[in-house]
Design a protein around this ligand. Structure first.
Ligand SMILES: C[S@@+](CC[C@H](N)C(=O)[O-])C[C@H]1O[C@@H](n2cnc3c(N)ncnc32)[C@H](O)[C@@H]1O
Length: 289
């Protein structure tokens, strides 16, 4: 541990932020590499006396920050950590950084099932870091869940995140293409959730470089119109959901109406497009019959 005066540290911090970037990314750097938790960072602004202890020296922290700024390298990948709801999750280059807008999926589940719900069986298709499934498994210890992904390396990270976040054993991880790993559970699911790749090809080509150059293409690209995976998930959902089981999908900002039509065509009822915090129809939900 390296000791430094709070005053010197705050001066250095101000200098780094003047170069660019945002407070939130800087807080991740200080927490994950510097060893100062976000709670302690807030306290430093209140009490500027004394010393603090860093895991790495300022030159090293500055080199990581410069890498982030100059190459648009996401700070979460440089630090190997992403914060999502109240979870601290490991991420690697092949894991999508879980997005703040997806946090609302958990609130949608709370709205449908309430915060105290009887035993229920859910699946998440394309779990990535495991964020959604882990949050649900923790919020509902009596529920049993299966989280799937096409990439075994991604699933290993998700499993590690689950083990690190909980002492529970109500979530399992299976590898395979969308519904394929769930063959054994046909007609048994009360709830299925997916935030699948939904970016249309043309939009993908234009993505900002911090996304296109660093995040896994397989987690983002949804074919020519962006709906390739959503269509497949909806078409097969009736085979796996119980009667009255729920499907919750995240979609691109302008896909809500199309996803709604796909759900109607496949005999879903109670269909609703749910807005994210920016008022965008980001989620489409429905019940199978
Ligand atoms: C948009 S990311 C969502 C990750 C995570 N659920 C989240 O919200 O942060 C989509 C995920 O689907 C996975 N995926 C892509 N194609 C798949 C397929 N054919 N079958 C299963 N999973 C797939 C990707 O590896 C990626 O982890």
């Amino acid at each position: 541990m390296l000791s430094i005066s709070v005053e010197e540290f705050l001066f250095w911090k101000k200098k780094q932020l003047l170069k660019g970037g945002d407070q939130q990314s800087f807080a991740i750097l200080l927490d994950c590499i510097g060893g100062i938790s976000t709670g302690d960072q807030n306290l430093l602004n209140i009490n500027k006396e004394g010393n603090l202890y860093l895991k790495k020296n300022l030159d090293f922290l500055e080199s990581v920050w410069d890498d982030h700024l100059l190459k648009s390298h996401p700070i979460q990948y440089l630090c190997g950590i992403a914060f999502w709801r109240d979870l601290k999750l490991k991420v690697s280059n092949n894991v999508l950084i879980p997005r703040p807008e997806s946090e609302l999926i958990i609130d949608i589940v709370f709205n449908i099932f309430g915060k105290k719900s009887k035993k229920l069986f859910f699946a998440e298709l394309g779990t990535g870091s495991g964020a959604i499934s882990i949050a649900l498994a923790l919020a509902y210890p009596s529920w049993v869940g299966i989280a799937t992904d096409i990439d075994q390396d991604v699933l290993e990270i998700a499993t590690e995140n689950y083990i690190n976040s909980s002492g529970q054993s109500n979530l399992r991880f299976y590898c395979g293409h969308w519904w394929t790993p769930l063959e054994r559970f046909k007609g048994k699911l009360d709830l299925a959730i997916s935030n699948p790749p939904y970016i249309p090809q043309d939009t993908y080509e234009e993505l900002p470089k911090e996304v296109k150059n660093f995040e896994p293409k397989i987690a983002l690209l949804g074919g020519k119109d962006g709906l390739k995976h959503i269509k497949e998930i909806i078409q097969k959902a009736p085979l796996f959901l119980k009667e009255k089981g729920w499907l919750i999908l995240e979609n691109h900002f302008d896909q809500g109406e199309k996803v709604k039509q796909l759900l109607l065509k496949n005999k879903f009822t109670s269909i609703k497009i749910v807005n994210d915090l920016s008022g965008i129809g980001r989620f489409t939900i429905g019940r199978y019959k």
